[in-house]
Design a protein around this ligand. Structure first.
Ligand SMILES: *Cc1c(COP(=O)(O)O)cnc(C)c1O
Length: 359
C-alpha cells in the first residue's frame, strides 16, 4: 500500500527526492566540505534558482538559515530597535509576536478571530508611522488563513520595513518582492524536502537597517546576523557548518520545479484546493473552518469535524493516508490537509474517496 502524506509539514516528499538522495550518497555529498568548490557551486546556484523561481529582485540577498522560526527571530533582531507591529491571523502570527516581545521589543498587534482574516476597515485605519517593522503571515497554517498580500503592499511607506512569513505558502504564493523587505520560509512544506533548512530573503533596505543597528552597538545576534551572513554569502558559504544535504536536495528540487513550470504548479494547486473545498462544503460531517472564501488557504486546508478528528485520522492511517490533526487546542476538532506541489490530483481524489467512505 502506497502511503501518502497530505500533512501540513513535514509533508509528502517531492517525487524526485528519493532518487536525488540516492545519487547524493553515491556522490559523497554527505562528506564534502562546506568550504569547498562543490559546496560553493551549489550555494551560488541555489541563490540563482530561488531568485528565478520566486522572482526575487537581483539586489536582494538570500541567506540559508536553520528554520522558519529562526526567520522570525532574525527579522526582529536585525530590523527592530524598539517597535514592531504584527498582523496576526493564527498561531504562527502569535509566535512571531511573542518572539518580538521575548527579544524585549515593544510589539503591538492587530489580531483576527481564529479562522477569520484581518478586518479590512481596521487595517486601513492603522497608523504605522512610529513602527520600524510590520510582520505578517502569508498563510497561517494553524487555521488555514491566507492573507491577501495586496493589502500588505498598500501599507508600504518610506520608513516601514515589511516582513512576511511565507513558510506554508511558498512556492505557491506569487509574492511581489519589491514591496517586501524580509521573506522567510523553510523547505519541509511546499518544497517537499526533509526539515532542517530555512531561507531568508533580505532587501537592501533591511540589510542597511541591520548594519545601522550594529554600528549603534545594538544586539542583533551573533553568527546569523545579516552582516555576518552577508560576508559569508559573498564567499558562497554560511558562517556555520550548514545542512549540506538539504542544500543539495534543494538544488535538485528547484531545478525539477523550474523545468516542470511554476505556473503549472500554481494552477494545479488551485485545482486541487477546489476539489477539496467542494467536498468539504457539500457534506454533513466536515465543514471548512474558514468561511470567507477570500481568505481560505489554498495550501493548508482546515476542516472542522463533527465527531473527534481522531476517528477520521485513524481511519485514514489504516489505508495509508495521512493528514494533520488540528493545531493546538483544536487537535481533536479539526483536520488539516496539506496541498503542496508534491501532492498530485490523484492523491487528492484518493483522499476524498476515503473521506466519503469514512462518512
Ligand atoms: C511551519 C510554520 C512555521 C515554522 O517553521 P519551522 O521551519 O518549523 O520553524 C512558521 N510559520 C508558518 C506559517 C508555518 O506553517
Amino acid at each position: 500500500m502506497k502511503k501518502v502524506f497530505l500533512t501540513v509539514g513535514p509533508s509528502q516528499n517531492y517525487p524526485t527526492v528519493a532518487k536525488h538522495l540516492k545519487n547524493g550518497i553515491t556522490n559523497n555529498i554527505l562528506s564534502i566540505s562546506h568550504r569547498g568548490d562543490l559546496f560553493h557551486q551549489m550555494f551560488s546556484e541555489n541563490v540563482g534558482l530561488l531568485k528565478k523561481l520566486l522572482k526575487i529582485p537581483s539586489s536582494y540577498n538570500v541567506f540559508f538559515i536553520s528554520s522558519g522560526t529562526e526567520g522570525m527571530e532574525l527579522s526582529i533582531n536585525n530590523c527592530v530597535d524598539q517597535k514592531s507591529f504584527h498582523l496576526i491571523t493564527g498561531a504562527f502570527g502569535d509566535k512571531f509576536f511573542n518572539i518580538a516581545k521575548g527579544l524585549g521589543k515593544k510589539a503591538e498587534s492587530l489580531k483576527a478571530n481564529f479562522g477569520e482574516g484581518i478586518d479590512s476597515d481596521k487595517l486601513e485605519k492603522l497608523n504605522l508611522s512610529n513602527y520600524e517593522l510590520l510582520c505578517a503571515t502569508e498563510n497561517d497554517t494553524s487555521g488555514g488563513i491566507y492573507f491577501p498580500m495586496e493589502k500588505v503592499y498598500e501599507i508600504k511607506n518610506k520608513n516601514l520595513l515589511i516582513a512576511v512569513d511565507s513558510v506554508s505558502a511558498v512556492p505557491f504564493g506569487n509574492l511581489n518582492y519589491k514591496y517586501l523587505d524580509l521573506v522567510f520560509f523553510s523547505v519541509q512544506k511546499g518544497f517537499g524536502l526533509p526539515s532542517g533548512l530555512g531561507i531568508i530573503v533580505v532587501s537592501p533596505k533591511a540589510l542597511e537597517k541591520a548594519q545601522k543597528l550594529l554600528k549603534l552597538k545594538k544586539d542583533i545576534g551573533t553568527y546569523h546576523n545579516f552582516p555576518t551572513l552577508l560576508s559569508y554569502s559573498k564567499k558562497a558559504e554560511t558562517p556555520e557548518t550548514p545542512n549540506v544535504l538539504a542544500i543539495y536536495l534543494l538544488n535538485k528540487v528547484l531545478k525539477d520545479m523550474l523545468s516542470y513550470g511554476i505556473s503549472k504548479i500554481r494552477k494545479e494547486t488551485v485545482r486541487k484546493a477546489k476539489i477539496i473545498y467542494e467536498f468539504l462544503d457539500n457534506n454533513s460531517y466536515f465543514e471548512p473552518l474558514v468561511g470567507d472564501t477570500n481568505v481560505r488557504s489554498q495550501t493548508t486546508i482546515v476542516a472542522k469535524t463533527k465527531g473527534s478528528s481522531k476517528d477520521v485520522i485513524s481511519f485514514l492511517n489504516k489505508i495509508g493516508i495521512f493528514v494533520g490533526r488540528g493545531y493546538g487546542e483544536n487537535k481533536d476538532k479539526h483536520i488539516r490537509i496539506g496541498n503542496f506541489p508534491s501532492h498530485t490530483i490523484e492523491d487528492v481524489k484518493r483522499l476524498i474517496k476515503a473521506l466519503e467512505e469514512f462518512i
